[in-house]
Design a binder for this molecule. Structure first.
Ligand code: SAH
Length: 358
């Protein structure tokens, strides 16, 4: 008898793999495209009208359609942002957020259940990492949200729960799946990935065929401060991280943005801003290059998490930080907070659910 873990996760299969799989269970190859397209619209094989009972029974026996289900859904009255708490087939939960912009819908998705990176200000890492998401569960969030809202999702940010580069192979497979013409067909220019800075993986990604946009969670302009809030910095320090950024840009030509969470009294002084500007200008901008490295910093006042003691910088400090960067030629934007009334920042809804269970 096949064990659960030997089962085939249908949403993790590329069209060519699904063809092979259909052949292996004695079904014609052409069925694969029909099934692939419908599954990627959120229809389970069991609901499909163009496949017979016998095929459904065979699929049920050896394969799993593990689209997540909606455990909770919150809709912002302020801006229409939708936050989902999705339940996976083993009962674990992850969060996704759909933001509505003029240019289309953007979804922020999770890559792991929990996280093992240990950033001091982040809710997702509090209980550690439970497990990696499968490719099917990563793309499943996009498929389910789109089907539930009955709207197309045109942009993806991998900025939810988990460290995507700590689940590298599954994330890469997801990128292949989401770009398939027979499915969601979302191009790499519409995808960005946020990382706390796993340099070996950033270097590996630079050599792949996916020129996606990177967001680097920097959050400090000196190693001492960064190591005190982000343990990953002890392994890959700021200098090493900026080398990987430079290499990524050189190889892919894709812009990189930096995330900087402003924490009162920790990393939000004018000196810190000046140091950040000097650091980025000196390490990334090559005066002799034809095209200067496009540097963009997103400033995000920290979202207080009940289990941590950090509080957000006040408006004055945020404005001064932004101005200081701009004066040194670094574009800085203070992040617009979407879904402020539904606590849309990641990890907190899952935490609340876990605490309820306990
Ligand atoms: N692991 C990845 C992606 C998930 S976190 C990464 O580290 O980039 C997504 C972004 O939210 C990161 O920039 C992260 O540092 C930031 N973040 C986490 N907790 C936050 C909080 N309480 N307030 C503001 N930003 C936070």
């Amino acid at each position: 008898m096949a064990e659960q873990n030997e089962k085939i996760y249908l949403l993790s299969l590329l069209p060519s793999e699904l063809e092979e799989f259909m052949l292996s269970i004695g079904e014609p190859k052409y069925r694969a495209t029909q099934i692939f397209t419908q599954m990627h619209k959120g229809v389970s094989p069991n609901e499909m009208t163009n496949i017979g009972k016998a095929t459904k029974a065979k699929l049920e026996e050896v394969a799993v359609f593990d689209l997540p289900t909606v455990r909770k859904k919150l809709v912002s009255k302020l801006d229409g942002t939708v936050k989902y708490l999705f339940e996976l087939i083993d009962g674990n939960c992850v969060e996704s957020v759909v933001m509505k912009y003029k240019h289309g819908n953007t979804i922020c998705i999770s890559s792991q259940v929990g996280c093992r990176m240990g950033c001091a200000f982040c809710a997702s890492t509090i209980g550690g990492k439970v497990r990696d998401l499968r490719p099917s569960e990563i793309i499943g969030q996009v498929i389910k949200a789109s089907a539930d809202m009955n709207e197309r999702i045109s942009n993806i940010v991998m900025m939810g729960i988990g460290e995507p580069l700590d689940n590298y192979d599954n994330v890469l497979k997801f990128l292949r799946l989401v770009g398939c013409e027979q499915g969601l067909n979302i191009g790499y220019r519409h995808i960005s990935l946020s990382t706390c800075g796993l340099c070996d993986k950033i270097d590996a990604l630079a050599n792949e065929e996916f020129p996606i946009t990177l967001s680097i969670s920097l959050h400090a302009s000196d190693d001492e401060t960064r190591s005190s809030i982000m343990p990953v910095n002890k392994k890959w320090n700021i200098d090493r991280l900026l080398s990987s950024c430079k290499n990524y840009y050189a190889k892919t030509g894709r812009r990189i943005s930096f995330e900087y969470t402003l924490i009162a009294g920790k990393n939000d002084s004018k000196e810190a801003a000046l140091r950040l500007a000097t650091l980025l200008n000196s390490r990334l901008r090559d005066r002799n290059a034809n095209e200067p490295f496009p540097i963009h910093v997103n400033l995000i006042p920290v979202n207080p998490v009940s289990e941590t003691e950090f509080s957000a910088s006040d408006k004055k400090a945020v404005a001064l930080f932004a101005q200081t960067l701009e004066k040194k030629g670094i574009r800085a934007t203070v992040r617009r907070t979407l879904g402020a009334d539904i606590n849309a920042s990641c990890g907190q809804l899952r935490r609340a659910e876990e605490n309820n269970k306990a």
